[in-house]
Design a protein around this ligand. Structure first.
Ligand SMILES: Nc1ncnc2c1ncn2[C@@H]1O[C@H](COP(=O)(O)OP(=O)(O)OP(=O)(O)O)[C@@H](O)[C@H]1O
Ligand SMILES: O=C(O)[C@H](O)[C@@H](O)[C@H](O)[C@H](O)CO
Length: 237
């Protein structure tokens, strides 16, 4: 393989055009291989087959206030046509009032909320043919993520993934300060980082995404990691 091949393979496909004489990209090569297989009839039944994941996936978009959970979740919801649960809308009025008055939630305040998000995610998965569901949840501590992981215990067809949006406290302070009409104020961001237990390497269901870039950049990074897992599960990666 030449370095040209490597270079072209590594280019993002969006917005890239190829002249007829340019070497084929990996995608084009795959398409040609697929066409040549279907043209002799032996693989014809695969031609129109959609991606069929082997599991049902719960995609938990996580991180402290302001990291972009809602922005990323809405984008993935559109891109993959998956149902989306906004975690903030499942807090009790008491919890919202507490945060709005400047008091961080405690573990005790969060348990029922985490269990509810787990149950709602499972319900969304099982009440339709959807291959996945997206849910936003700060999931700041490992034990909170463990509560969501229980979703897989009684159903081996379900997989949980945490997309962790990683950015600095000062950046998130700025973002939350610029947001209008939300109960979570910028001075609460510090308490989110005090609670945060950033996922470590042994949490192998975590997909860490660099979240300091623009909304579009972060959305694309998140889409790429989710797509990779989906393709692997469907046996095409
Ligand atoms: N990558 C980004 N760059 C700049 N601004 C962003 C980015 N992502 C989100 N924002 C903006 O920052 C604010 C917080 O984003 P968003 O509501 O998506 O975060 P969140 O993690 O869901 O926050 P919360 O947990 O407080 O609901 C919003 O005003 C949003 O428009
Ligand atoms: O666990 C928590 O402390 C809460 O879920 C918060 O993360 C807020 O809901 C969110 O940040 C809204 O701004």
């Amino acid at each position: 393989m030449s370095t040209d091949d490597l270079f072209i393979k590594d280019l993002p496909s969006a917005g890239v055009t190829h002249s007829p004489s340019a070497p084929p990209t990996e995608l084009e090569r795959r398409e040609r291989r697929r066409s040549s297989r279907t043209s002799n009839g032996s693989m014809a039944s695969l031609r129109a087959a959609p991606l069929v994941p082997q599991h049902k996936h719960i995609w938990v978009i996580t991180g402290p206030a302001g990291c972009g959970k809602t922005s990323v979740a809405e984008y993935l919801h559109q891109a993959f046509s998956l149902p989306y649960l906004e975690g903030d809308t499942f807090h009790t009025p008491e919890n919202v009032k507490k945060m709005a008055e400047g008091h961080p939630l405690t573990d005790a305040d969060r348990w029922d909320w985490l269990i509810l998000l787990r149950e709602q995610s499972l319900q969304a998965l099982h009440s339709s043919e959807t291959p996945g569901v997206i849910v936003t949840c700060s999931a700041l501590k490992k034990k909170y993520r463990d509560v969501i992981r229980i979703a897989t215990y009684h159903d081996p067809t379900v997989l949980v993934h945490f997309v962790f949006l990683n950015a600095s406290e000062s950046l998130l302070m700025d973002r939350v300060r610029g947001r209008q009409g939300h109960y979570m104020k910028d001075y609460m961001v510090h308490s989110q980082f005090e609670s945060l237990e950033a996922p470590q390497a042994d949490e192998t269901d975590v997909l860490s995404v660099e979240a300091s870039g623009t909304s579009v950049e972060v959305q694309k990074l998140a889409l790429a990691v989710v797509k990779k897992v989906m393709e692997k599960d469907a046996g095409v990666a």
